[in-house]
Design a protein. Sequence first.
Length: 194
Amino acid sequence: MTSIRSVCVYCGSSLGESQVYTAQAQILGRMLAENGIRLVYGGGRIGLMGVVAEATLAAGGEVVGIIPHHLHDWEVGHTGLTELHVVDSMHTRKRMMVEMSDAFIALPGGLGTLDEFFEIVTWRQLKLHDKPIIVLNTEDYWRPLLALIETVVERGFARRASTTLYTVVADAEAALALLKAAPASDQPAATGRM
């Protein structure tokens, strides 16, 4: 049994243009449930968010959603979760997601997913947490992002060590293998430091 008991998944409120994104979100949700790992996510019922939540629930897993009031209707807050927290702001949402999770996985997503990914990586760089961060690079979706980070390093705006703050995998099975091998962090999450 892994020492990672709770994983935050960042992903889109849209499905994207490839069915493979949906398939990988379904596999990840099922595998989290089968391995007794709780899903923490943005609380929506649409897009990849809804897919990963439904797959986790269907396989008997626990799902905690955290969604701000102003997005509850827009992202169609999921009312069938183990827990749904409707909070006052995006800042509160992101802070709670960090506090409730032992690791993080970025699936394909949009600007919000990019925001969450960069924040959690930056917090790790600043030693505000030491929890595993996994980039699930389905169909090479994140290749432009990874190339941008390489450019940032090459042009002297980040150290080469920055690229070790996260691990890139090709599929949900590889992500789960990393979770099972990773020790849980004993460092508390950063709170209220956004």
